[in-house]
Design a protein around this ligand. Sequence first.
Ligand SMILES: [Zn+2]
Length: 269
Amino acid sequence: MNNTYASNLGAHHWTEMSDASTPSITHPHTAVSAAIHRSDGATRNKILRLLPPAELAALVERSELVEVKSKQILFQPEQRLEYAHFPEDCVISLVTVLEDGDQVEAMTIGNDGFSGIPIFHEIESSKHKGCGQITGTALRLAAKDFHDLARELAGLRRLLHRYSQFVFETAAQSAACNRLHVIEQRCARWLLMSQERVGRDSFDLTQEFLAEMLGVRRPGVTVAMGILEKAGLIAHGRGNITVMNRPGLEKASCECYRTIRARQAKLIA
Ligand SMILES: [Zn+2]
């Protein structure tokens, strides 16, 4: 019943909200198998992995596996949120959009978290835009199901509170980072975090998109990426990037990468 509710809502709203291409939506039960029966036998999402088995089963029962594409709009500012997403291997950006159309990424959400914090806090919409950053899959729940599960499941609720705190701390750290650290360091941090979240060394990324996410002009990103590439830390082709030397990239990043990672380990546990 819940699945039918979610699917019906899903089919309708995806067509409205996404680009021309419609993401594939598998039957919930098939989707669940695909999502959680990977080689390691578990979902990749860190919050879901921490749930007691009965809670995970209850959540998975009401979810469906969807593909989230790069640049796909999941929700617009102040538009009613229809879904929560738990990324498996996609990465989602929360973006702050200014009156003149300029935009900067406020938060990156990968398999360490979920999108839909306003729903959890019983707020209908967000000031942010939500869009796909790196194409991949996510477990998606209709807003009502997600809201009800967060009330019913104590383990889930605890983790959602902890992740909410992590998002606040990350946004605060990013505010300092954007103001005080140089583009090269910020590029390195962003690439490290994206690599971790997507779970592989190569992923789709254009310099234009990275400039938009970092809130800087594209020539600045081109110079910074050139420095990282010359040092053998990354390689980039048309529309994609490969992390070649992760320890080197960590050294090239500002302290914010280590700070955020340490808080992630403490809070998402
Ligand atoms: Zn920084």
